[in-house]
Design a protein around this ligand. Structure first.
Ligand SMILES: [Zn+2]
Ligand SMILES: [Zn+2]
Length: 77
């Protein structure tokens, strides 16, 4: 199950589970679209992997399978 991390690692902007602005790599490093557009350009700065849009988990499933709450914040210069 995807963690659905709550924020962008790069700029700490909130990325709720229903956000269409969230991108993830295969390790679930999580970034926002603005950071991707401005500096990441589709590749994860941590692992070099591909960044793709994070799928939305249906709200009805979030009750039993909630999104992660631990924030990871490592500003990418
Ligand atoms: Zn960001
Ligand atoms: Zn990564």
């Amino acid at each position: 199950m995807l963690e659905l991390r709550p924020n962008c690692e790069c700029c700490d902007r909130d990325l709720p589970a229903d956000s269409r602005e969230a991108l993830i790599c295969s390790f679930e490093c999580t970034f926002c679209r603005a950071c991707n557009d401005q500096l990441l350009h589709g590749s994860c700065p941590n692992c070099g992997g591909e960044l793709v849009r994070r799928p939305i988990r249906p709200a009805a499933k979030l009750e039993r399978c909630p999104a992660a709450t631990d924030r990871i914040f490592k500003p990418c210069s």
